[in-house]
Design a protein around this ligand. Sequence first.
Ligand code: PFF
Length: 455
Amino acid sequence: MDKEKQVSSSREQFSSSFGLIATAIGSAVGLGNIWRFPYIVGQYGGGAFLVVYLAMVAVIGVPIMVAEFIIGREGRRDAINSYKVLAPKSHWYFGGITGVLAAFFILAFYGVVAGWTLEYIILAITNGFSGQSSGDIVNIFTNFISNPIKPIIYQIIIMLITCGVVSTGVQKGVEKAAKFLIPLLVIIMVVLNIYAFMLPGGEAGFEFLFKPDFSKLTKEGVLAALGHAFFSLSLGVSIMITYGSYIPSKENLLGTAVKVSISDTVIALLSGIAIFPAVFAFGIEPTSGPGLVFMSLPNVFAKMSGGYIFGILFFSLLGLAAITSTISLLETIVAYLTDTFKFRRKNAAIFATVVITLIGMVASLSNGPLKDIVIAGDNIFDFLDNTTANYFLPITAFISVIFVGWKLNKDIVKGQFTNNGEINSQTSYEIFKFLIRYIVPVGIIIVFLFQIGKI
Ligand code: PFF
């Protein structure tokens, strides 16, 4: 048996379609869905923006995800080695390196933020927001993230959980965790939505989210839609290449990408419905990002009836969403270490966790004692965030679509897309080919130029 076949036959695979989809949704659904998407929808014209966002997901997001799946399922290795076997003696594997590095650096700061959610679950349980003024709530947050010890302890807990899941394996660890956590996340989301619908005075929140206002739909809005589609679907981090390498040959790649993208968008919308009616009902200023979930929302929880339970459920949801994403980031790195250096999975997971946690600690400290260290105008935390989002993600995604669109043998691409002719999808294949060859690369270049401030 040649070396390639040996790797393929011993490689773990997802045990079921549901497991595959839950795992990919686990990566896609994260903090971005909860604290960013709902806000940008409101900011850029509600329903009008939504239409543009859906188009971006369909035209740019889904094709990139399919392209990543194809590289992984054909290469049957981690991101870097998949490129290496598919294009030996070339430099295409650079696209895997940027992806794995992106996963590495994103996990360093994402793990810190995931840790913040634990502090807030505890604050919610111990009734820490009730009776506090909005100034007090802002102070709780700024004091907490600048504390040199506490956020690091939480970060370590998150990293240990992530490491525990990943070291258990693809089926028994990563997939099993997603099959349990994603339904739980959906249940919590539905409960929060029922709450939101019962709130008197929440109509303004629904209006903010859904009322189409084409005057707010600016060029910035369109580009924000594109950039967010990217981040929200976890594209450009080689995660979907890594997961692709575990997808059984019978699964339909396009169908999987469509299901994951729809679920990601639905969860982001449900998140908006859970948050904004409450924010508006209590006259709180809507903001985005950490400000929204850690400073605005606790004010709402402090005031609303049932806010105690709502707060606990909300921060638990945030924590779950973050952990399923940290798992996907670590898996991408561990797959590389096990495939390349033949590390045992457990050792690879421990090694990567230790190194990433140490970098994350420095990032956490840069919100406090190390805040004066500035790189390119940002503290270390924001530097990691901005560099990965602005450079690593677009570059990695760009290479993956150019590779699949122009370099990889067309029969291989078609074979993967149609499961060697089993799926009759000539038209969708032609559309896919056109999108990844022309439209998606141009879209990525535009987002890239926009993010680095050139347009
Ligand atoms: N897709 C995640 C979110 O929307 O929060 C964020 C993310 C996770 C991006 C993992 C990239 C990644 F590799």
